[in-house]
Design a binder for this molecule. Structure first.
Ligand code: SF4
Length: 416
């Protein structure tokens, strides 16, 4: 590997990390250094936004420890057979960068992932050393997200969870057959085994924290995972069911969806074109419906067309409503919360506002105008004191009336 200075390494390893979508700092324990002790905070506001070159997660320093890897996953730019420029940080270099960027208010935390060097255990040891040194040598109290390696010794994953706020393992592809074809050195059984171990450690940590104030914490922001969308033949329906299963079995905080990007010198088994970015967006919306709107996976998947794909021109909630017209209109003065949450255009906050307001008066369109974001979007789907729409089943032309006007495609700044 060529001798590079830290700035050159940073250029390579921050760029290489942009393919990883899984880095949100929500949900961790509150911790700060406002008492003059230690350094950093997980609750900072106004902390500046700086690093990742693709515009995502820019308040975390998001880097790889190295982009060298002994594995050869077809979809990955860092795979063994890839022709990219390689670089590798030492653990100390990552620690020093994090501290210096934090002190300059460039970042509020660290997201660290890595290719696999020498062995899974060796790589994991290096990553744990970064987190250990930040916490123990520098008393760093900012956010740390470590991407862990499923094959690593469970004791190392346990050490990672003691220092990090969030840990994650990528399931990589929505189906076992896709994983076998595109990442032959990885195994669904090993990935899920490691996720089971992390789930157990998180639950044990929470249980211990309830009983002993001084109990060590384990990944208080939980575990997350990521799936690549569009590199294999999995449909949106497959992805929705897989995500739902992962939430149920591993108590995940988040599943992230990352639209596959064609990479330089791509393997011949990969598609030549990336899927539309809107597909990734629709999957995030369907994920939202399952987590906050009480939709079951089979209900969200029912919004898909005959090929199992969600429509790109309308959101999955509207698509579901148009396929289930018999469930509408919903009376905003009488319907239960679950039915209100199904109304396209009504968010959780608006539903909560409606439930509170209707205790005192029967709601009219004017009231709903104040309580919701878009009256025109919800009107065809609701009944109010002074409003009743035509029956939806009578309106064959409803979709053009409620679908948003298509916007021209945004060119991508960082297209590969
Ligand atoms: S193990 Fe990770 S870094 Fe290595 S080739 Fe596979 S996806 Fe890329």
């Amino acid at each position: 590997m060529a001798q590079l200075d830290v700035r050159q390494k940073l250029e390579i390893l921050a760029d290489a990390a942009k393919y990883d979508a899984s880095c949100a700092s929500s949900g961790t324990a509150k911790r700060n250094s406002s008492d003059g002790k230690g350094l950093g905070s997980t609750e900072g506001m106004g902390i500046c936004h700086a690093y990742a070159p693709d515009g995502r997660c820019i308040s975390l320093l998001k880097i790889l420890l190295t982009n060298s890897c002994i594995f050869d996953c077809h979809y990955c730019i860092n795979r063994k057979s890839s022709n990219v420029r390689r670089a590798r940080f030492t653990a100390k270099e990552v620690v020093d960068l994090t501290i210096s960027f934090y002190k300059r208010n460039y970042i509020e935390g660290l997201f660290l992932s890595s290719g696999i060097i020498r062995s899974s255990d060796y790589t994991m040891e290096q990553m744990v050393e970064v987190a250990r040194s930040l916490r123990e040598d520098h008393d760093f109290r900012g956010y740390i997200h470590l991407k862990t390696i499923p094959d690593a010794d469970p004791a190392l994953i346990e050490a990672a969870g003691r220092h990090a706020d969030r840990i994650s393992i990528n399931v990589e592809l929505p189906t076992a057959s896709g994983l076998k074809r595109l990442a032959p050195e990885k195994s669904e059984a090993r990935i899920e085994g490691a996720m089971t171990g992390i789930k157990g450690a998180i639950l044990d940590g929470k249980d211990a924290a309830r009983r002993y104030k001084s109990a060590p914490r384990f990944a208080p922001a939980g575990q997350s995972t990521q799936m690549i969308v569009g590199a294999d033949a999995a449909t949106d329906g497959d992805i929705i069911h897989r995500a739902s299963g992962l939430y149920d079995r591993f108590t995940l905080r988040r599943v992230y969806y990352s639209a596959f990007s064609p990479i330089p010198d791509a393997s011949a088994v990969l598609p030549l074109k990336r899927p539309p970015l809107m597909r990734e967006h629709r999957l995030y919306q369907s994920d939202w419906l399952m987590r906050f709107y009480d939709y079951r996976a089979d209900e969200v998947a029912a919004a898909a067309d005959d090929t199992g794909m969600l429509p790109l021109d309308i959101d999955p909630k509207l698509a579901w409503a148009l396929k289930h017209r018999d469930r509408f209109p919903v009376d905003v003065n009488r319907a239960p919360r679950e039915a209100l949450l199904r109304v396209p255009g009504l968010g959780v906050r608006a539903v909560n506002n409606i439930l509170v307001s209707r205790k005192w008066r029967r709601l009219r369109l004017d009231d709903l105008k104040r309580l919701t974001v878009s009256l025109s979007k919800i009107r065809p789907f609701i009944v109010a004191e002074d409003w009743r729409p035509l029956l939806l089943s009578d309106r064959a032309e409803l979709k053009p009336l409620v679908a948003p006007v298509a916007k021209p495609d945004q060119m991508e700044l960082f297209a590969a």
